[in-house]
Design a protein around this ligand. Sequence first.
Ligand code: NAP
Length: 529
Amino acid sequence: MPDPDVDILIVGAGVTGIYQLHRALEEGFTATLLEAGSGVGGTWFWNRYPGARFDSESYTYGYLFSEELFDEWEWQEHFAEQPETERYLNHVVDRFDLRRHMRFDATVTSAVWDDGSGTWAVTTDDGTTVHARYLVTATGVLSVPYTPDLPGRERFRGVQHHTGLWPAEGVDVAVKRVAVVGTSSSGVQVVPTIADEAASVQVFQRSANWCTPLNNRPITAEEQAELRAGFEQLREVLNTSVHGFHHPLNTRRSSDDTPEQRQAFFEEMWASPGFRKFTSNYIDILDNPEANAEWCDFIAGKIRAIVEDPATAEALIPKDHRYGEKRPPYVNGYFEAFNRPDVSLVDLRETPIVGLTETGIETTAGVHEVDVIVWATGFDFGTGAMLRMGIVGRDGLALTDHWADGPTTFLGIQTHGFPNLFFPGGPHAAAGNNPRYNGDQVDFVTDTLVHLRDHDERVIEVTEEAEDRWTTMVDRAAAATPFGTIGQYVGGNIPGKPKRYLLNAGGRPKLFKEIARVKDTDWAAFEAR
Ligand code: NAP
């Protein structure tokens, strides 16, 4: 086989792609990374909207492969804001001398496998084609913004932006009337932040979410020192934890406590940081409807206590799903914002959007005149990016056809019919702290490429049997979990998208087990040549 331009071509300079590039170079491969944006960061490059920040603790989200890196970067807050995360990722890229292997403003328009040469021909929007032995699409699950196709959208004469395509120069909202459409993880971060500047904010809510406080705060000097001293232990916990968080799992069931003890425990949860309310809550909080209802009632009580207007409070309490059936957002002053005279809620269940006019958003109740519209309406989750890259595998098989009914994968890493294509952090990713699971996948991809090199092989493709086995496990695990069973994780937010669970509900334990099995069986789940 002739030598390609590069051993490994990586697409996407987000958290996963950066790590994949580092690992590839570390193992002595040649590698190039293509990125559609003009800079490093992926999610943290595009999502510059007001209030964008982690809801995983900063030091659990950052890389763990280098203790020196961990020591030298002092996160300012337990949950860092977007600019800090973007700075961190740029720092990593420069510290490990990765930038010279990256090409920015390069959107992949096609990627075609040639079985004869055993290479991928990857073409970008400037017409350049790179031939690579291996193609790794690290394009993430939340990189294709979705804006609803509402009548008259182009007629609106004001300013409109999606949270996931927020302009780098910012948007001037000072003394402007702002509409925020969408009240999930992104929208609820925008509302209280933008309210400080805007003349007014109207929040267009179709479904309320079970929001609880993020409980963010600065990291003290003492905590910085503790983090450094505890690095090895933290790494061990994060590398083995089910969700990739450092919060311990609770072993108690709700029935182990009296009603009074449960209320006290829920208070403790409410005051706890980020995802701890999810991962360290009663172990039966998702499976036991009574425990779940009690926790929901507790949150509803908090909303009623915070929001002064009773009708607004009621509208902000979810009625259509239980806690955990959708990914719960974590908030910072969201409910409190509705007590401001200049912030109001438009309940789209009562008065649905009809379309846009030149001056605002028209609902069945009339036109809400605004100057700026923030579309916090989500993403084409899971498969969105990969299905837009013109990927064509063996025998001319288009990925769009192969996945017409939803993704089928092995380990969320490869799919049959597409040799030498890997997609860590893509469809069938895990629900949890993304960099941890995605990092596990990158490590496995790298081990696989080293294994091939050691065996003087250059082409690898997962067997149909292994893919079926993994996909069946994913579907069964999805059926058994209440987590994310409606909404984006099943493609429910995109009209016409196949309704199929897009995450690996089996989580890290299944991933670890299967990776161990692959290694024990000398990569028997794959065919290599
Ligand atoms: P999302 O969870 O998909 O929410 C989209 C929102 O837009 C929902 O409230 C949805 O209402 C609404 N919407 C969609 N189409 C609409 C329409 N035609 N009319 C009115 N409302 C409409 O998107 P997201 O908030 O951007 O969050 C996506 C993911 O990004 C999250 O799950 C999370 O994984 C990640 N994220 C993380 C953070 C963080 O770490 N802190 C922050 C932001 C985002 P319905 O619910 O009724 O569909």
